[in-house]
Design a protein around this ligand. Sequence first.
Ligand code: HEM
Length: 361
Amino acid sequence: MIRSDPREALAAKAGSGVARLGPDLWLVTEPIATGRLLGSPDAVTARARQPPGLTSWGPDGTAAWTAVRRAMRPVLTTAHTTPLLPAVAEQTRRTAARWPGVIDGMREAVRLVSDANLHHLLGAPSATLSTLVEAELAAADGVLPGRLRRAQRATYDAIRAHNHGPLPALLAAQGFDEHHVTLAVRSMLLSGHHVPAAALAWAFHELARHPDAQDRVRAEADGGSERPFCASVIREALRLHPPVWQLRRQLRASVHGLPAGATVVFSPYLNHRNPAAHADPLDFRPERWLRHARPVPGSYFPFALGPRICPASRTAPVVLTTILGEVLRTHRLVRHRDPKPARGVLHAPRGLALRVVRTHR
Ligand code: HEM
């Protein structure tokens, strides 16, 4: 049996930009409508009701999470992140120095990103926490509730024992209790693990396919800390391969002609490949971001848009640019085995194998 790619299956239903998929279900791909709907305070994230417990934000989870989101802002600025970048580069150098001749691109991207994330939020990488986060995400993908509960408890307990460093200190200083600090760190570690790693792994893949672009990143990385082309590579990888390829919102009120109560599906993947918004949309062309950096609203949103935009939307690209620049400064990436896109909610390069050639000690 041939199963179609879920992204292509959704594309087939997109119609003229606002398509009704069921009585209360809509798919919106038209850029202006996408921007208006996602940006509306009445388009809310549909969250499963959680029983009180270890991983729950409590009866009013949204209000608690919104307060934490606001309180976290100071560590999610480029001003906070920039001084950490030399340590991220150093950690990247150490990891890449141990690479064998052929690597699994996604696995190594997870390692690099997880170390950087832990450094950013807790002040230092932790192999224990990385492993526990990975195990919890694997358990969440599975079907065994007991296994997931055990994995959640293990992550929660380890984070509580580790509750020091920039993010916990910031939240504790604003009066959040230990449980909420632990939950906040947990949300950031889980969300900041596979998603940015998939972006980095897709960038590895595209650079292995485009040696000229790779040379340009390398030349720039040798030249100093300004890396506009490398940043454009990350932007372009996020355009062609947005790791969160599908978003859902529920409308609390009528917005842009769609009725209150409707569930709306959006797809960065489909909008990013719209030829009316991006010239030659299937081509990997990082230069497009050097020339006109402001795409039509609603045509580029790898971090979502509106009130629930990714809290790391400013810092993640800076960190990924540093990691990618450092990898390319010291190594050449050569195609070994091309990936297939994963079929699940995460658009990641499954089976990506790269040959790595050391160019610098
Ligand atoms: C290239 C890197 C990243 C991309 C493309 C990305 C993308 C996204 C997207 C699209 C969402 C919205 C999901 C939805 O509404 O269904 C989101 C939410 C989120 N992201 Fe990211 N993300 C990235 C990196 C990170 C990092 C590094 C962290 C943590 C340090 C992080 C933490 C979060 C959290 C906590 C949320 C949930 C926000 C909320 O619901 O209020 N993300 N991300």
